[in-house]
Design a protein around this ligand. Structure first.
Ligand code: GDP
Length: 322
């Protein structure tokens, strides 16, 4: 792959951006090096966006919401990148988010860039690639980044850890357990948005909203932000302005308080630590000395001839002496 021109990315050239993303997604060491050089060069031009995470169970209306919400952002003059973290696609080969073309209208828009889940690798690896893609999109001038994920595994925690504002789309009726929402996710959301508040669902959506409103205050009330509950219809395009106002007021108030910058700094630091761990694990797996010794150490531990601690120490010594 030829060296990439940072200027074409900065100028918003889609082909250059797509090529750069492909480079960051490559597992070839030479490509990884090249991608890092590129990212370092672009780093001063990143960060000037609002990063929004959207999660929710399959069928809640994520793609419909992004389609409608995206149009609203476009008419307000924004440039939007939509990225996805779909934990099912790299593991099982089949994707919960579906292979059908999602967000059909939005994908035709000039000021929209849609990128599906990077393929292959662990969830951590996929999240890492998505973070890098986010930086590249920012350098290319996209000022709103939506990272979408399915609320069925650990991916929503990964996504919450890479965005400024994390929102959970919910169905009218039923508690979070009834809706199959994993424990702990409601607690990390900055907003709960009850979708499908239309037709017969409107009354139930209103009831669900007040139910969560009373529960939410008890759940979490942090100094920087009190989570908001609202409802919308992605299909009928109602309540979407309200969601955008909530996000904008979040950005304004957390920027003023310093939390916005603080959270990004924390996320970067945690990202670094995750990388250190995954790099160490990779070194461990690739170490010939460790691989040769490991079965013996395992059977000695199983037979209680040495303690797990001693065995672990030996593995680390082998790694250090390599
Ligand atoms: P996703 O799996 O979360 O991406 O959900 P989709 O966006 O594919 O939507 C699942 C189904 O719900 C589709 O048939 C949509 O037309 C429908 N849907 C999405 N949003 C709404 C809404 O606001 N109201 C109603 N009534 N249906 C909706």
């Amino acid at each position: 792959m030829p060296a990439l021109d940072t200027n074409s990315i900065l100028a918003g050239n889609r082909r250059a951006l797509a090529k750069a993303i492909t480079l960051t997604e490559s597992s070839l060491p030479a490509h990884r090096e090249e991608a890092q050089t590129l990212l370092e060069a672009l780093l001063p031009h990143t960060g000037k966006s609002i990063r929004i995470g959207i999660s929710g169970v399959p069928g809640v209306g994520k793609s419909t919401f992004i389609e409608s919400f995206g149009q609203l952002l476009l008419s307000a003059g924004h440039r939007l990148a939509v990225l996805a973290v779909d934990p099912s696609s790299p593991v099982a080969g089949g994707s919960i988010m579906g292979d059908k073309t999602r967000m059909e209208q939005l994908s035709l828009e000039e000021n929209v860039f849609i990128r599906p889940t990077p393929s292959g690798g662990t969830l951590g690896g996929v999240a890492q690639k998505t973070r890098e893609t986010m930086l590249l999109c920012e350098a290319a001038g996209y000022d709103v980044i939506i990272v979408e994920t399915v609320g069925v595994g650990q991916s929503e925690f990964q996504v919450a850890g890479m965005v400024d504002f994390f929102m959970l789309l919910m169905l009218p009726g039923g508690g979070d357990e009834l809706q199959g929402i994993k424990k702990g996710i409601v607690e990390i959301a900055d907003a709960l948005v009850i979708n499908k508040s239309d037709g017969e669902g409107a009354g139930i959506a209103a009831a669900t909203e007040s139910q969560y409103q009373s529960a939410f205050g008890l759940l979490r009330s942090e100094a920087h932000w009190t989570p908001v509950v609202t409802r919308c219809s992605a299909l009928e395009k109602t309540g979407l302005d309200e969601v955008w106002s909530i996000i904008k007021s979040y950005v304004t108030s957390t920027t003023e308080s310093g939390f916005f910058a603080h959270q990004r700094a924390t996320q970067n630091r945690q990202w670094m630590h995750q990388l250190v761990q995954s790099m160490l694990l990779r070194r461990l797996k690739e170490s010939a000395a460790v691989t040769a010794e490991l079965p013996k150490l395992e059977s000695e531990v199983e037979a209680q001839r040495i303690t797990p601690y001693t065995a672990a120490r030996r593995v680390i010594d082998l790694l250090n002496s390599a």
